[in-house]
Each structure stands twice: as C-alpha cells, then as structure tokens.
Design a binder for this molecule. Structure first.
Ligand SMILES: Cc1cc2nc3c(=O)[nH]c(=O)nc-3n(C[C@H](O)[C@H](O)[C@H](O)COP(=O)(O)OP(=O)(O)OC[C@H]3O[C@@H](n4cnc5c(N)ncnc54)[C@H](O)[C@@H]3O)c2cc1C
Length: 506
C-alpha cells in the first residue's frame, strides 16, 4: 500500500476534498501544511492571513486526528521541506489540489514537480473550484463550470490510516510553531472573522437560513452588507469550505423555498448570490490563463498611463498614496472603509470598487501598489479575483465599463445617516448629518461646535473631486480611444471575456 502525503494549501478542510478521499482509499496518509518563507515575504501577505490559517489548521488537525491520522506543519522553503520529510517518512505519493495563485506559487509547483520526478514520488493534483486547466477557449466556459459543480460534494473519509505511534511522535516533533512563523509581525486585524471548517459551515448556514433574505438589496451598503452578505470569502479563499459545497447548499435552499409564497425576497437574493459563485471562478480563470496579469496590464495599450515604480513617484504621488493608505484623504467614506479594513479585513464589493476607483482615478495611482496594499488588508485575498478586479476598477482592461465612483455620492447613497462613517472616524462623531459626506463644507462655527476642525482634526480633501474626476475621465477615455487599445481590447475579450456580458460589467 503506497504511503501518501496530502499537501494542504488553500483547501484547509476534510469535506469535498478529493485528494484526501482518494489517498485515504489507497493506504496510509499524513496531512501536511507548509508555511513558505516566500509567501510570508510577499507584498500581499499579512499576519491577519496567518491568524485565519492558524484557526483553520487547528480544526483540520483535530479532524484528521479524529479520523486516525495527523496534520504536520512545517516552516521552510519548497521543495527542501519535502526532502527532509521524505527522509523521515518515505512516501510514494503526493496528493493536492491544483492551485491558481501568485507567480511564486506557480514557480514553486514547478520545483515540486521536478523534485517528485527526482525522488520518484507520484504527484496527483485534482481541480478545485471551477477553474479549468488548461483552457483552450472561453467559449462554453459557464457550461463547464456547471458540470464541475453539479456532482455532489465528495464525502470526508470515515477513517484514515496514519503513521505508527513512533513515527507520529518523531514527525510531530518537527512541527512549526505559530510564534516561529509569525515572528514579531503584529496582526492589526483584531476584529477579523475566525477561520476553520466548523466556523465556515456555521457562517454558510446562517447566511442561507437567517441573514441572506435582503442580500440583493443590502449588499452595496457597508453597514447592512456586513450581515446581509454571505461573508464566506475568506473561507473560500483558504478552502475551509469548497465552492461546490456552497453551490449545493444554495441550490437546496432555493429548492426548499420554491413553493413558499412569502419567500420572494429570499429567492431573488439567492439567485443573485448563486451567480457570484460562478464569478469567483470566472475571475480566477483569468489569472490561470494569463499569470502575467499579476504584474502587467490586461490591455498593454495602457502601459505607462500611470507610474508603477514607486521609486519614481513624486512627493505628491507618495503623499496621496499615504493619505489613502492611512484613511486620511478627507473623503469620509473612503477613509472609513480603509480604517474598517485595517481592523476587520473585510468590506463589501461596492466599497472595494470605490476604494480602487478613488486611488486609480482621483489620485491617479497605478493599480499594482494599490492592489498590494489592499491584499494585505483583505482577509479573503485571492490573487485571481483581486488582480483582475483591481485592474478592472482602474480601467486598464479595455473591455469593462469605466466606473469612476464619486465618494461623496456613495456616502449619500450607501451611508445616508453617516453611521458607518462615524463608527470608523471618531473625529467626525459630532458632525451634523447634512455635512457628514463633505465635512469640509461646514462653516467655521459648525466645525467648532462639532469639535472637528478641517485641516487640523480631520484633513481637507486631498484632491478636489470635480477637478480630479474630469481630468481622470479625459485621460482614460483618450487612452481607450486609440486603435491599439481597441485591438488589445478584442484580444483581451477573446481570451478572458465572459460570454455573458452582465458579468463583465461588474
Ligand atoms: C478591487 C476588488 C478586489 C477584490 N478582491 C477580492 C479578493 O481578494 N478575494 C475575494 O474573494 N473577493 C474579492 N473581491 C470580490 C468581492 O468584493 C468579494 O468576494 C466579496 O465582497 C466578499 O464578501 P462575501 O463573501 O460576503 O461576498 P458575497 O457577496 O456574499 O459573494 C459570495 C461569494 O461570491 C464571490 N464573489 C462575489 N462577488 C464577486 C466578484 N465581484 N468577483 C469575484 N467573485 C465574487 C466571492 O467568492 C464571495 O465570497 C474584490 C472586489 C474588488 C472590487
């Protein structure tokens, strides 16, 4: 019976885990998670991600132990870590899910493949999500996604054969300690969601049965969206829940509501939700098909439009970036979102789009440093979705509608009584409702009475909205209008475009 290592990466669960289920049927299995220095040093990494992963690993360790095996954790480079493990416990098979991630993980997988050949280890990868590898054409992709999602989720194994007791104690002795991995990094996300498969299922159940009824109406507001959105994104990003499990649970719930005349709100919301599960994979497919989008514009005609190299930034560009990062742009909704992200690691889609739009258009900053910073603040950082969306919201794909959000209009529409703004910007706590979206318009006496002096307690707007909006619009439409941009847009559409136009607009 072959000995197998199941290598957990962004699939930290036992349910609907085909590699684990298949390996378990063939022989003894140990689970392995590796904290890789390259990932820990990447500009997208945050100690908040590690805290979530640690939660997941804790629950995974308990589940594997209850089934009869162990989860090993290591802190080291790849494939050297496999080398050492292989010396300790000769394994013939390696099982994992396919990963669509940062270029460093792609390069690491190539090294692992070469290592497996050298050591005569058979590596079997199974698809995760609806991402197709390799994909020849986008035509018919949605049908393939449905065919991937339709089979029921794979059951967790009922038992596992693990290593012997002696082997277990020597293998476990080398486990990585959380403090060793974390070093002296401080986690600012003190109010973030907790990780783990059990938590993921609780969140899924509460969304489908308690919180989700007003999802469609409330998803765009930062206050109501907090509970009306599913909040499953970090669980999907780290795989404490599979997208297929969510898809089936959603289908079952929709089916159960079919004949209920009072469930119109639920049905609309869940139909809208279901589509987004496909978007998850649609956006990841873009990175799978063109890994370069982590570094360069989808549409190469936009190269050079904004300055990417931070060492070439003017002092003014750096100041604008710092104001945006620090939640001190003078636009209350932008600042509230940035401060909320620092502590919680989550904000809803509309606010994410507004944050990037503001950075890209009003502040005219390149999407790459903007994306890297937000990646450290999003607990659910998922490279394929993130880089695609950051480019899309910066207008450099050439195939999406250009959306330049007004942060003032968004504040009026999405936070009309300023509850969200006041929660995250205590300096504005006593600003009257009529000034909460534009506090700089308060007369001096009102500022004094509200205890908020513009330019002292709270900054004046870092740029003037109207001027910045008009300049950005002109620049982006000039760039879009060139024949090169149009040719490139056709290429981008053929390679990546959703064949259903509604998806691309978002
Ligand atoms: C600039 C920007 C960056 C983003 N970066 C990420 C990221 O790193 N990781 C991430 O998971 N999502 C990202 N999103 C997409 C979206 O904002 C989040 O998935 C969503 O807000 C997560 O909250 P939720 O799980 O409650 O979402 P829900 O609205 O409940 O949606 C359910 C699931 O559908 C998927 N989904 C929803 N909207 C989208 C979308 N527009 N594109 C792709 N998938 C979607 C997600 O997996 C999400 O968990 C980004 C959006 C923008 C505008």
């Amino acid at each position: 019976m072959p000995r197998a290592v199941v290598w957990f990466k962004r699939d930290l669960r036992v349910a609907d885990h085909a590699p684990l289920a298949e390996a378990a049927e063939r022989g003894p299995v140990v689970g392995l998670y590796v904290h890789e220095p390259e990932i820990l040093a990447s500009p997208e990494w945050s100690p908040g991600h590690l805290a979530f992963i640690e939660d997941c690993l804790g629950q995974l360790r308990d589940r594997l132990a209850s089934l009869g095996s162990i989860l090993l954790t290591r802190h080291g480079a790849m494939p050297d870590t496999f080398d050492r493990l292989h010396d300790q416990w000769r394994f013939e098979e390696l099982w994992s899910h396919e990963e669509t991630g940062l270029s460093i993980t792609y390069a690491r997988d190539r090294r692992v493949k070469a290592w497996c050949r050298r050591r005569n280890v058979r590596w079997t990868e199974r698809p995760q999500h609806g991402v197709v590898r390799p994909l020849a054409s986008r035509d018919g992709w949605a049908g393939r996604w449905r065919r991937r999602m339709n089979p029921p989720p794979v059951h967790a194994p009922t038992s596992l054969t693990g290593p012997t007791a002696d082997e277990t104690s020597s293998l476990a002795a080398e486990d990585a300690s959380a403090s060793d991995v974390r070093g002296d990094a401080v986690n600012p996300m003190v109010d973030a969601q907790r990780g783990g498969e059990t938590d993921a299922n609780v969140v899924l159940h509460s969304f489908l049965h308690e919180r989700g009824e007003h999802y469609q109406r409330a998803m765009s507001t930062p206050i109501e969206g907090w509970t009306a959105c599913s909040r499953l994104s970090p669980h999907l990003a780290y795989g404490s829940l599979s997208i297929r499990t969510v898809h089936h649970a959603t289908r079952d719930r929709i089916e159960s509501l079919r004949d209920d005349p009072t469930a119109g709100g639920w049905r609309r919301s869940l139909a809208s939700y279901e589509k987004r599960l496909r978007w998850h994979c649609h956006f990841m497919q873009k990175l799978e098909d063109e890994p370069e989008i982590e570094f360069r514009n989808f549409n190469r005609a936009f190269d050079g439009l904004r300055q990417e190299d931070r060492s070439c930034w003017t002092a003014e560009e750096q100041d604008r970036f710092d104001a945006w990062v620090g939640g001190r742009t003078g636009y209350p909704l932008v600042d509230a979102c940035m401060r909320c992200l620092d502590r919680t690691g989550w904000i809803n889609f509309r606010m994410r789009a507004m944050l990037v739009s503001f950075a890209a258009y009003h502040l005219w900053l390149h999407w790459k440093p903007v994306a890297e910073h937000l990646a450290t603040r999003f607990l659910d950082f998922e490279a394929g979705i993130h880089y695609s969306q950051c480019q899309m919201q910066s207008g450099v794909t050439g195939i999406n509608t250009v959306r330049i959000y007004s942060p003032v209009k968004q504040a009026i529409d999405q936070d009309p009584d300023g509850r969200f703004i006041r929660r995250w910007i205590p300096e504005l706590a006593d600003v009257p409702d009529e000034h909460i979206a534009r506090p700089e318009e308060m007369p001096p006496l009102t500022q004094h009475m509200a205890g908020c002096l513009i330019g002292e307690t709270y900054p004046a707007p870092v740029v003037d909205h109207e001027t910045a909006y008009r300049a950005a619009k002109q620049r982006i439409f000039d760039a879009r209008g060139t024949s090169r941009a149009r040719q490139e847009a056709s290429r981008v559409y053929r390679k990546h475009g959703s064949r259903s136009r509604r998806t691309e607009r978002r």
